[in-house]
Ligand binder design. Structure first.
Ligand SMILES: *Cc1c(COP(=O)(O)O)cnc(C)c1O
Length: 424
């Protein structure tokens, strides 16, 4: 007969007094530590873990962080799973400065309550001439929702622009959920201005144009431009998605706020953590009366941006330096090659051509010629379990390490991680 596993479970006191556990538990709430120990003990009871593995497991569970910092070696610049845009130095400093009390909604001069987010709104207006007012909320989806809510009535949207943005969420279902049903216009591949004109009734609140930011319509297709939509007597809302404030020479097909407003859009909305290169956030920009309606909508309070967003977005907009996202986009082969050769000298691998992409919600189909070091596929797994954590790209059975999204000052740390991963 086998021994009753319950009798072999290390006692709680014994685990808690182990010096390694004490070290890992330093500064952690006592209930978190106790619950972790109980969970590991339970795994021994059900036979999922050997009794002599308890200390190791508790230490590792206590040391695990929910979102460890990673080096992004995928070459995907706006990687939604890796937190989209990295912040620039100014934005990081601003976060640090505002972590305590800060005059977020307080006019220091007069000693009275002040308007929330007025600084960042002014920054947006300074950066986008032609915009009359700006509102910052939690994310791009919230910005779109408030823009549509500011225009009571039915929303007209082209069938080819019924976007699913990720994780199963669809923008038209979101609007319907908030009481703004979407009426589909045109066919999946083609829509004409006459389709919109025919669909407009006295119940129409706005014409919405959504940038297909994660797919491309190719072949026998047609869409209607902003100027023609703006001629249609109903306010036009443009969901730009990726947040270019002005045209970008490397991304000719990506719409931008300044152009859309100049072409007659009443409101534009976008995310602030995609090509804009800031923290998670969303912006409603455009006609003053409509932005004010969005600001005063009862649901706006549920989408309010926090102080961390407001100050780090403001710092991103004010900085004379391009945010990291834009800098990475601009790197050429000649910037990357010497770094890769130094890395190869330390860790081996083969220099190969690779494609970087913009990623999550921006410039679908745009490929940026790049270089990478190639290793056997298994190296990608070792890199994920190393320190620092490195996320590489697995492509056709190989592990590719692309330096585009890795700051140069991390090259040494990367080289060390790569050397150990290759040696395993
Ligand atoms: C990314 C995106 C959204 C959603 O923005 P979040 O900031 O992720 O909420 C909405 N519309 C378009 C076109 C997008 O690209």
């Amino acid at each position: 007969m086998s021994e009753d596993p319950r009798r072999r479970v290390p006692a709680t006191d014994a685990v808690l007094s182990n010096s390694r556990v004490i070290g890992a538990a330093l500064g952690l709430h006592a209930r978190i530590v106790a619950a972790t120990v109980r969970r590991v003990q339970q795994r021994v009871r059900v036979g999922g873990l050997a009794p002599d593995g308890v200390i190791e497991e508790v230490v590792s569970a206590l040391s695990a962080r929910e979102s460890p910092p990673v080096l992004n070696a995928t070459g995907v610049i706006v990687h939604t799973n890796l937190g989209r845009s990295p912040l620039g130095d100014g934005a990081r400093q601003a976060l640090e400065d505002v972590s305590g009390y800060a005059a977020v909604e307080y006019a220091v001069g007069s000693g009275s309550r002040g308007p929330r987010g007025s600084t960042v709104s002014q920054d947006l207006l300074d950066r986008v001439p032609g915009a009359e007012d700006a509102l910052v909320v939690n994310n791009g989806a919230a910005a779109l929702l408030l823009a549509v809510l500011a225009l009571p009535g039915e929303v007209l949207l082209a069938r080819g622009e019924m976007v699913e943005i990720g994780d199963g969420f669809r923008l038209h279902e979101m609007m319907a959920g908030a009481g703004r049903p979407v009426s589909e216009v045109g066919a999946a591949n083609r829509v004409h201005v006459r389709d919109y004109a025919a669909a407009i009734t006295e119940d129409t609140g706005c014409v919405l144009k959504v940038h297909p930011s994660n797919y491309r319509l190719q072949g026998y297709t047609s869409t209607v431009g902003v100027p023609e939509l703006a001629a249609l007597e109903v306010p036009v809302v443009i969901d730009l998605g990726s947040g270019l404030l002005e045209p970008h020479s490397a991304l000719p097909d990506e719409p931008d706020a300044r152009t859309a407003l100049a072409q007659g859009a009443a409101l534009v909305t976008f995310s602030t953590d995609k090509l804009l290169g800031g923290p998670q956030g969303g912006v409603v920009l455009g006609r003053a009366d409509l932005v004010q309606r969005a600001r005063r909508h009862p649901l706006a309070r549920a989408m309010r941006a926090d102080k961390l967003t407001l100050v780090s977005l403001s710092a991103t907009l004010r900085s004379a330096q391009e945010p990291p996202t834009q800098q990475m986009l601009a790197l050429g082969i000649s910037d990357l090659e010497p770094r890769l050769i130094r890395l190869r000298d330390v860790a081996g691998g083969e220099l190969v051509e690779a494609d970087s992409v913009i990623g999550g919600g921006g410039a679908p189909g745009v490929v940026i010629p790049s270089l990478a070091l190639a290793f056997p596929e298994v190296v990608a797994r070792h890199l994920r379990h190393g320190l620092p954590v490195v996320i590489a790209r697995v492509h056709r059975g190989r592990c590719l390490v692309d330096l585009r999204c890795i700051p140069e000052h991390e090259d040494r740390a990367l080289a060390a991680a790569l050397k150990s991963a290759v040696a395993l």
